[in-house]
Design a protein around this ligand. Sequence first.
Ligand code: PHB
Length: 356
Amino acid sequence: MNTDPLFSPFTLENFRLKNRLGVAPMTRMSSVKDSIPREDVLEFLVRRARNGAALIFTEAIVTDYESAQGYPGQARLVTQRQIEAWKPVVRAIRDAGAVSIMQMFHCGRVAWPEINPAGRIIAPSPLIPRDLNPLTGKPYPVPDEMSLFDIGHVILGFVETAKGAINAGFDGVEIHGAHGYLINEFLSAYTNQRHDAYGGTVANRYRFAQEIIQAVAPVIPADKLLTFRISDWGVVDMDVSLFRTKEEYQQIITSLSQEPLDAISVSAYDFQTKAFGTDRNIAQLTREATSLPIMICGKIYDRATAEMALKDADIALSAKSILLNPDWVEDVRQGKPLRPYHSAEADIAYTTTPLP
Ligand code: PHB
């Protein structure tokens, strides 16, 4: 029997992951034409599958042409041309023995109008982050408070994008509810100050996420995967704990457990950090509230940290390490001494320099 905690297989619904290591969703901002990523960016995903990663997430793909986009050069997956571009990538990932999941999101208030084709920016409430937009050096513009029509329109964008992913052949779809983007903005009282059915109580703040999951689930065939990503931190105002208490966080995890989801992916900034003033990390607090499989990321860079992370989770996702080191999975297998990379080193991801 294989008892290696990292290189033992894991069953995720109909899929058998060959090990517990995956590529976290990472943006590349390379989709300058037709919202299709650059060829070398797509090849990067295939190379990671060939080099041993069991699970490959795409970069976060934006869900509509009105207000979803938050960064230049993001991808979409709703047109035939976009679908055709992803098909060979998905096939190659499968041929390499890995599982592919398309991650999709709406950036909400972490956007600026100029980069959206329809020039609009929307959020649960008309509140801006304290932080300036690092790409423009200016404050983020005040978003429009979403109307009920907006809510319905955004949900359709998620559904259309999920359909695109299924058409392209992906094994699964992930709804990105983390990092201070739109879904996370609804979940958190820091950004949601609505007085209607979508704001106030935790149950009300959860409603938007639930409506998206419920709308997307029917377009995912029963033999494919639907996952949800969550975090307690956002890319703006990063020091803010987006959930006020452990109870609030766990109530949302419990609610997610009742949805047709196959796993919850928890994005930690550092997986070892004790969360919400408890003596437990966020994976442990997630585990207490759900029996769904859990993915974890955040400063996992060598065999020791991966093994430690997998004490409280089922799958470890790597971003910087697997981005910068094409042999990361093999190096971890061999227990090579590896160092954590700095964020600045990963900035190469946003250039036209092909990755290793
Ligand atoms: C994120 O999830 O933090 C993220 C997603 C897409 C981007 C940038 C950041 O383009």
